[in-house]
Design a protein around this ligand. Sequence first.
Ligand code: ATP
Ligand code: LTN
Length: 334
Amino acid sequence: MLDGKKSLFSGMQATGNLTLGNYLGALKNWVTLNEEYECFYCVVDEHSITIRQDPAELRKRARRLLMIYIAAGLDPEKNCLYYQSHVSAHAELAWILNCYTYMGELSRMTQFKDKAAKHADNVNAGLFTYPVLMAADILLFQADVVPVGIDQKQHLELTRNLAERFNAIYGDVFTIPDAYIGKVGAKIMSLQDPSKKMSKSDENPNASIYLLDDPDTIIRKFKRAVTDSGSEVVYREDKPGIRNLMDIYAAAGGKTIEEIEKEFDGRGYGEFKLAVGEAVVSILKPLQDEVARLEKDKAYVDGIIRANAEKANYYANKTLRKVQKKVGFPERIR
Ligand code: ATP
Ligand code: LTN
């Protein structure tokens, strides 16, 4: 809760190019939430450097991500869109929470295990404590809900545990957040291997649809998507490839699985893949046009960045000061 209104926080990393998985699993579901919640959407650039980044590229991607937030329909007057690195309270609260987090808890995090295996030459302490920074993000804004894809559920549980642990010692400091996982599109799988999630860090560009892919590329990638034996468009356990395409079609076009099965009864994979491609093009095209427009309007975007960082700092510092007092740091003398 913030100033009597329910609060919501989510974030995305500015690494790689955003995929359709990020859009359908997260971004798309965020747009209407500001009616009910005070919303904060962060570009988590501090999380990004747990994997080595090219500085110029990181800066460019972070700005593009912020523009994608706006282009996807998040009104920057009603949603606080900002960079994590512009609000130093994130790192400060993360430090404090680090001192309330156990090594054992962090070693159980599956994202850490996956990323450590993938970047064996750079298993840095930041990668290990990544979930603590994420907990700080959420708890700073007293978030009631955190909309994420299902892969982030474990991090959310850790966040709740840390908040409860802290509150048990110091009283009611943090709101205990709930994960909010969308029903459709919560886990979009790779187009080349439907047993893996679609990921922006996948080396095979055909495995993912990137939000800024042009229409021909999108259609081509869907045509090449790995499907299963047989030819019927049905949602079955032994058809993970088709199931994934049906999930995408359902999320992109607002149809139910039953409606899709009926629509493609007797029509085969080829026609279905083309329809999925077209549905995705038609949702991404307006977003791409808007990003192109924002790229040209530097002053407008800069204004948003400035105003929203100020707002985020205000709320974040409020929580941070409370926490600092609770743990026994000396008061600031004005
Ligand atoms: P990477 O795969 O490089 O670790 P990512 O694609 O998972 O990155 P994040 O920035 O970690 O991207 O995630 C942003 C948001 O998108 C999170 O809420 C996450 O749960 C969601 N998300 C990511 N991939 C998918 C997917 N395949 N399906 C649904 N949601 C997803
Ligand atoms: N860890 C998340 C990104 C992230 C996040 C957050 C999501 C960082 N901080 C706070 C929700 C709330 C990820 O890898 N997708």
